[in-house]
Write a protein that binds this ligand. Structure first.
Ligand code: NAG
Ligand code: NAG
Ligand code: NAG
Ligand code: NAG
Ligand code: NAG
Ligand code: NAG
Ligand code: NAG
Ligand code: NAG
Ligand code: NAG
Ligand code: NAG
Ligand code: NAG
Length: 415
């Protein structure tokens, strides 16, 4: 079984498009028939290499089957995605961005004259994306741009280069492999172009074409849900990635925009630093998302960490309350993550999420959300994105426990 899976993934990567278009079964890509031992061994080696290339951003692959890695099994196939509570991670790819990582990439970033900066300003997570998946995180905020040579798409947080070698395509194979191991689960990947990387980095046609190509490879067509502008049921989304497009393909002909599946959250309509965005993602159906992305509290200059945490907590709780009480059939997407780096002293993502010791006796946004979420039992909250989601330890299990699973999955086994 495992060998078949591995073969499938690698074969898809090499399969010519005409073969797919002609309707060849995707699991028998080689003309003339079945694989043999040496080619399946090679497929396994090839997938192992790709997963290894992606490991600096995805994490080192290992199969984990437990109650949190398969929590969606307990929910019925006909559950609407917009009725679920989906935990996510903001700037998910920054989890290993330490001083050691930054120094190990100095020889690359120096090519673009990127100057040293404090890693705490850019780091938003501590645990690998594989660990996030197994802990129950289902929504990932991913930030891409060209590498310093304008050649491949890699992950950044501002001028913080996460890895020079792990490409967006490599990292996607980690998600594909994980879905093969967890077919009951539905994933949501948000892609956003990251600005302020190199001094010359631009969201140009080259970037947009390469992103399009990465999201439409034969493997991507297999693993990304191929619906556009609509959000359906859990049953339809299981074993798949739903693409959340926080980007435009505006440097390319309209064909490219129309050919990409997923939900379009155009940056033009995603109001910057807003606690209350109403974004129509499909003007024909009126499909609407309600979004809180108040990432930098508009506190008075040089305000304290305590004040910044209170402002952010306020905006987050107000939006989550709106999710619990209004528009039951629309998508809600709230960010609990924030920062205020222009403040003096600067307030990092970790200070906002977790507090700053004795200066903030109540902790950060994460600790203060716990009593609030305890009052939300039985409520639909939608997507909530966290920084440092594993702190405090009760936060994620509490979030996942709010909406009890309401019945069997409605299919005859199989996961
Ligand atoms: C198995 O694969 C090898 C290497 O590709 C090839 O030479 C050989 O003919 C294949 N055998 C069968 C039975 O397909
Ligand atoms: C995380 O970063 C450290 C320091 O740069 C590095 O040694 C380690 O290999 C990285 N982890 C992964 C999974 O790449
Ligand atoms: C509960 O199940 C019904 C279908 O039986 C579904 O429509 C609804 O969305 C589910 N709600 C939750 C919160 O799982
Ligand atoms: C980096 O700085 C050096 C010296 O100031 C300059 O010669 C070079 O053109 C700069 N390179 C880039 C890519 O900006
Ligand atoms: C990268 O692309 C940008 C925008 O197209 C261009 O201005 C810049 O010179 C390129 N840099 C390199 C190193 O190729
Ligand atoms: C809007 O939703 C309809 C129905 O799901 C779909 O056919 C159409 O492609 C969507 N439009 C856009 C622009 O996504
Ligand atoms: C922005 O939203 C409006 C409706 O509010 C919609 O008509 C328009 O197409 C959206 N723009 C983009 C680029 O998605
Ligand atoms: C948020 O926006 C909605 C409209 O989309 C509005 O009804 C609501 O009052 C707003 N909430 C706040 C706190 O401004
Ligand atoms: C904020 O702090 C900086 C640095 O100490 C100082 O220059 C600036 O005047 C302060 N701003 C206000 C409004 O106090
Ligand atoms: C928090 O929200 C409450 C009620 O909406 C408001 O009265 C209070 O001023 C807000 N506090 C901050 C710090 O924004
Ligand atoms: C956080 O705490 C450190 C050490 O006590 C202090 O130096 C720094 O100024 C504090 N930062 C904020 C934003 O409160």
């Amino acid at each position: 079984m495992a060998v078949v899976t591995l073969l499938t993934l690698t074969a898809l990567a090499t399969l010519a498009e005409p073969a797919l278009a002609s309707g060849a079964p995707w699991h028998h890509p080689y003309p003339g028939g079945s694989s043999n031992c040496s080619s399946s061994a090679l497929a396994e080696f090839a997938l192992g290499k790709v997963l290894n290339d992606g490991a600096p951003v995805f994490g080192v692959y290992a199969d984990v089957q437990d109650t949190t890695s398969t929590w969606m099994k307990a929910y019925a196939d006909n559950t609407l995605i917009v009725h679920m509570n989906l935990p996510g991670t903001h700037d998910a790819d920054t989890w290993n961005y330490s001083t050691a990582t930054q120094q190990s990439l100095d020889h690359v970033t120096q090519l673009a004259n990127i100057t040293e900066y404090n890693v705490a300003a850019y780091r938003c997570q501590d645990l690998s994306m594989l660990t996030m998946l197994n802990d129950g995180i289902r929504v990932f905020d991913l930030r891409y741009a060209f590498d310093v040579t304008n050649t491949t798409l890699v992950f950044w947080h501002g001028p913080g280069l996460v890895s020079e070698t792990a490409t967006v395509d490599d990292v996607l194979y980690g998600f594909y492999r994980w879905l093969d191991d967890h077919p009951s689960e539905a994933l949501f990947l948000s892609f956003q172009y990251e600005g302020s990387t190199t001094p010359y980095g631009r969201n140009d046609a080259g970037v947009q074409l390469q992103l399009f190509n990465t999201l439409t490879t034969p493997a991507a067509r297999q693993y990304f849900l191929q619906t556009t502008g609509s959000i359906g049921t859990l049953g339809e989304a299981r074993g798949k990635i739903t693409l959340l497009k926080r980007f435009d393909e505006d440097m390319l002909p309209a064909y490219y925009t129309n050919a990409l599946p997923g939900i379009h959250f155009s940056p033009l309509n995603w109001t910057d630093n807003s606690p209350n965005i109403t974004l129509v993602y499909n003007s024909s159906t009126g499909g609407t998302a309600y979004i809180e992305d108040y990432y930098q509290p508009l506190t008075p200059a040089n305000s304290t960490a305590e004040e910044n945490i209170e402002w952010k907590l306020n905006a987050t709780e107000a939006h989550i309350t709106m999710a619990a009480t209004t528009h039951p059939n629309e998508l809600f997407w709230s960010f609990a993550s924030s920062t205020n780096l222009v403040n003096n002293p600067p307030i990092t993502p970790a200070i906002q999420a977790l507090g700053n010791g004795s200066l903030t006796p109540g902790g950060g946004v994460n600790q203060r959300l716990v009593p609030f979420l305890e009052g939300m039992k039985g409520k639909r909250l939608g997507i909530v994105m966290f920084d440092f989601y594993e702190q405090p330890a009760e936060l994620l299990p509490l979030f996942l426990s709010l909406l009890p699973a309401n019945g069997s999955r409605g299919v005859a086994g199989g996961y």
